[in-house]
Design a protein around this ligand. Structure first.
Ligand SMILES: [Zn+2]
Length: 309
């Protein structure tokens, strides 16, 4: 391929999600500038890119660099790289800010990575459990944790396939010294693809909704040297407490108060030693697997310690 053909192919690729750009047409425009008007190649390229940007109504930073590599999530090790990924939406979380449209966890064969989509990018919503080919996402790094940001130029293609999400789990152990607020019997938004925990019956995205009950524990394990924040989902929580979701709902109904559930969990579980395995996500270990190591040794001592952190 000649030099100009290569440039033409790259430019066509850069705009492929925005315009119906024909590679031959790009090559012709480049050739015209370079051969007819003796414009240096770089300048010709800039000029052609600018005219397509204008046509598409885009800013320069809104288009990718073209020809991204398809990268496995676990291989992301640099900030601000433009990449393509094929991944499953493992979880969606509650955005902490109005500027965030969606935040959650993507997974592929290699592991899991957080993703963020901003309101300004105006992208279609991803659905939990679905697999997508995401073109033109940008890597981001915060305190050694990598994530990907979707942006205006990101292409989203839903694939009719499943991905066996790879295991990148860690194992921590310690005494359960705290069960944090947001634990116990909670309600989640029932809207499709939204799993946000409701605050006073309200989803931050969908407003007042008839929530769906769920069980979870946001806990703190202390091994004497370090503390680990862990999240137990419904299955693990039911297993640890011996209380099913239905039973928890009945307890809340009888007491006319949902907090009885978390209170009982605190009584039963605090002070017990656990070994927890699961993927690490930001500051949390998401418990896929929990093993009870001992009965609570001295609940009183642990509780005193819990109050001190
Ligand atoms: Zn919602």
């Amino acid at each position: 391929m000649s030099d100009l053909r290569t440039h033409a192919a790259e430019i066509a690729e850069q705009f492929s999600d925005h315009l119906d750009v024909d590679e031959d047409e790009v090559a012709e425009r480049l050739e015209n500038l370079v051969e007819e008007y003796r414009v240096p190649v770089d300048e010709a390229r800039r000029s052609v890119v600018n005219s397509y940007l204008e046509e598409a109504g885009l800013e320069r930073d809104e288009i990718g660099r073209g020809g991204n590599d398809e990268v496995l999530l676990a291989d992301i090790d640099q900030d601000e790289q433009w990449i393509d990924v094929t991944a499953k939406v493992v979880e969606l979380w509650e955005p902490r800010s109005d500027s965030i449209a969606q935040v959650g966890l993507l997974g592929d064969e290699s592991g899991r990575t957080k993703f963020v989509a901003f309101e300004t990018s105006d992208l279609p919503k991803l659905e939990a459990g679905a697999v997508y080919r995401l073109g033109n996402v940008v890597t981001d790094e915060y305190q050694g944790n990598f994530s990907v940001k979707l942006n205006k130029t990101t292409s989203i293609e839903e694939l009719d396939e499943d991905i066996e999400v790879g295991d990148d789990s860690v194992t921590v152990e310690g005494a359960l010294v705290d069960i944090q607020s947001g634990s116990g019997l909670i309600k989640r938004c029932p809207e499709e693809g939204c799993t946000r925990v409701l605050q006073n019956g309200r989803c931050s995205e969908h407003g007042d909704v008839e929530g769906e009950f769920d069980l979870r524990i946001k806990g703190v394990l202390d091994d004497g040297e370090e503390v680990y924040e862990v999240i137990f989902g419904r299955d693990v929580t039911e297993e640890l407490t011996g209380v099913t979701l239905e039973e928890a709902q009945q307890m809340a109904k009888d007491a006319l108060d949902t907090t009885v559930v978390v209170e009982e969990m605190r009584e039963d579980l605090l002070g017990t030693y656990y070994r927890v395995s699961g993927p690490e996500l930001g500051r949390y270990v998401l418990a896929d697997d929990v093993e009870r190591l001992t009965e609570p040794a001295d609940p009183e001592a642990v509780l005193i310690k819990a109050r001190s952190i």
